[in-house]
Ligand binder design. Structure first.
Ligand SMILES: C[S@@+](CC[C@H](N)C(=O)[O-])C[C@H]1O[C@@H](n2cnc3c(N)ncnc32)[C@H](O)[C@@H]1O
Ligand code: SF4
Ligand code: SF4
Length: 380
């Protein structure tokens, strides 16, 4: 789900809080993280916000495909068809961008594997020609010399590889297939290629969705990142359904609600390994890993969320959703569909009735159902 998250416009980058122990690339990532914190705090206090968004979105999530070649036990896609299988048609893709050609940031994944899209590099190029910051998460199975080179040449800013484990058996348990060694090799080859091409971009990171079953992987996960030439590691919040949860996307597996001292110690150990190796270790939502598993002291933590005032998420079929968390927090898309981009313009949807009602709900003590666990059962 950023992933799932970061939605920082590049112009918001600042230079504060740079650590001297990090490698230059990891330092850059640390700077973005700090700037992102400011970004999340930025848009007005609760009393200033209304159902109408005064500003245009700064970020679009475009689900370039909802197809996938893995069967991750944390992902709703493994258990149900959320929408008819589709790649977002090129014409839809360009028409969405052309409605907001000055958007700061575009994320090219939703629920599906973006590297299955044959012209993914061409799509990156279309965005980079407009000066947009572009990133996506990938499962890394299909990354090779040809598409890797094409992504570098297209100017991709960030490539986030969801690996979830530091060893093959655990990988297979979480991701459903035996691709661990291949992905590790793909990532190593990619960072080597970047060095050969003298290409500082994209920033490459490894992601692990936090599960009680795999938290012990973290210290070696950081070591593995270092071995394959990656300078950023992220602990992703686990989001799950309240009812009818699937696989390991369930309350019992979440670190947020009941972290033991042993689990906290593993996170601390991973932080120490990261500091020693000059790797930046962070969490989704621009917080530190330890912080990401602690609850906020707030009666209505969801009301701190600013995503419906800053971004739009559009599925491969053109359905508009409020964020990248909701598909993991509630079954089906019906309860949080805010428009149809094949029928209406994004501007009409952005301040349409559905969006306004959703935003108004988020500011109350009775939020939309998809939001009611945000900040309570997982970090924002
Ligand atoms: C849905 S995937 C789409 C992109 C790509 N297929 C991938 O796996 O990176 C986006 C991110 O969501 C993560 N994810 C999967 N299940 C999750 C869950 N229940 N809670 C939070 N993140 C999850 C994935 O590991 C990945 O980093
Ligand atoms: S998390 Fe990504 S790779 Fe795994 S099933 Fe979901 S979309 Fe596919
Ligand atoms: S509070 Fe609602 S809009 Fe915000 S991240 Fe959670 S589900 Fe999305």
């Amino acid at each position: 789900m950023s992933t799932l998250l970061p939605i920082l416009p590049p112009s918001d980058l600042s230079d504060e809080n740079t650590s001297e122990t990090l490698s230059p690339a990891a330092q850059k990532a640390e700077e973005e993280k700090n700037a992102m914190r400011k970004y999340f705090q930025k848009p007005g206090s609760q009393s200033e916000l209304t159902g109408v968004a005064e500003q245009e979105p700064v970020c679009l999530y475009l689900e370039t495909t909802n197809r996938c070649n893995l069967l991750c036990v944390t992902c709703p896609r493994t258990y149900e068809e959320l929408e008819p299988e589709a790649d977002m048609p090129w014409d839809m893709f360009t028409s969405l961008i052309d409605q907001y050609p000055k958007i700061a940031r575009v994320v090219l994944h939703g629920i599906g594997e973006p590297m299955l899209v044959k012209d993914i590099a061409q799509r990156v190029k279309y965005l980079k020609d407009r000066g947009i910051y572009v990133l996506f998460n990938t499962n890394g199975t299909l990354l090779n010399d040809t598409n890797g080179r094409a992504l570098i040449e297209a100017g991709l800013d960030e490539l986030r590889v969801s690996l979830d484990a530091a060893e093959s058996e655990v990988y297979q348990m979480v991701r459903g297939k035996d691709f661990f060694d291949k992905i590790v090799k793909n990532v190593k080859n990619f960072t080597t290629l970047q060095k050969q091409m003298n290409a500082p971009k994209p920033r490459v990171s490894l992601w692990l969705t936090g599960l009680r079953e795999t938290v012990d992987q973290l210290p070696n996960f950081v070591r593995l990142a270092h071995e394959v030439g990656v300078t950023e590691v992220y602990l992703q919040r686990l989001v799950f359904f309240d009812e009818g949860s699937n696989g390991l996307a369930r309350a019992e597996s979440a670190l947020f609600e009941h972290t033991t001292a042993a689990e906290e110690a593993l996170i601390k150990e991973a932080e120490d390994v990261a500091a020693e190796l000059g790797v930046m270790f962070s969490a989704s939502g621009a917080v530190d890993p330890g912080e990401s598993i602690r609850m906020q002291q707030n009666d209505a933590p969801w009301s701190l969320c600013r995503r419906p005032w800053s971004l739009m998420y559009i599925t491969a079929n053109g359905r508009v959703l409020p964020c990248c968390i909701a598909p993991f927090s509630m079954k089906g898309y019906g309860a949080f569909t805010l428009g149809d981009a094949t029928q209406s313009s994004l501007r009409d949807i952005w301040n349409g009735e559905e969006y306004q009602r959703f935003r108004e709900g988020l500011l109350t003590s009775a939020p939309p159902p998809a939001c009611s666990n945000c900040g309570l059962r997982w970090s924002l």
